[in-house]
Design a protein around this ligand. Sequence first.
Ligand SMILES: Nc1ncnc2c1ncn2[C@@H]1O[C@H](COP(=O)(O)OP(=O)(O)OP(=O)(O)O)[C@@H](O)[C@H]1O
Length: 258
Amino acid sequence: MTEILRTEGLSRYFGAVTAAEDINVTISEGEIVGVIGANGAGKTTFINMVTGYLPPSQGTIAFDGSPIKGMGPRKLMRKGLARSFQIPQLFLELPVIDNLAIALSAAEHRQFQMIRPVRTPERIKAADEILEQMNINHYRDEMVTAMPQGARKLLDIAIAMLGNPRMLLLDEPTSGVSMEEKYTLMDTVMEAVRQRGLTVLFVEHDMEIVQRYVSRILAFASGEVIKDGPVDEVLADAKVQELVTGKHHRTPEKEGDA
Ligand SMILES: Nc1ncnc2c1ncn2[C@@H]1O[C@H](COP(=O)(O)OP(=O)(O)OP(=O)(O)O)[C@@H](O)[C@H]1O
């Protein structure tokens, strides 16, 4: 399989705090990878470094075979590497359609400038398409404040998909979303991912979501990747159970044993 992302010796220190240390990960095109770990394990630090939001202290990052360390988020977005946030980064007091128009405008301009929600026919077309694909087109002309949390997450992910990325990094796509909404949200996102043939890396605390949607897991603890492999293998690992999932977590095979 073709490699799309590779990190080598990737580390980040905040003074005496080791947020991430010696992360060596290779992701192939089309893989859907879950990132798990307890609070403070280094998951967001890893995502932030890969997407250009945080400069690494050490190590290298390559996307599509070329070094990307030192590039900012907008440049990386143009290269095909996009992300969503744990807390959606949206203009709450603007209509949904204008949030998309602003994102498209920002993507079109290389230099920093005041960004206004200019609705060109091309932008409206692109916005309507993604809103429909993410099943949030009924919110099109509503303020973001009118949307429930799940719909806001979908809008944030829709914005990440606007530039037709090849790889998407999602930071806790289901956090703050109700139990009933979670699966609908993930089904919608994963269908869009499948149609676009994207590679996905997503941070998730909910092991049921992880088991249902990913094929490979990176387990983080104390800033390090302690296990990287197929879902069942990682979730059955004693160290992962001790440091990440808790020893009462049951793998899918064991589910029917009781
Ligand atoms: N800007 C910062 N300054 C100082 N320490 C930081 C900073 N950002 C993160 N850290 C520390 O780095 C470590 C890793 O944090 P990180 O946010 O990456 O963890 P996480 O696995 O994403 O946690 P969570 O699941 O709670 O989001 C933690 O000890 C955290 O306190």
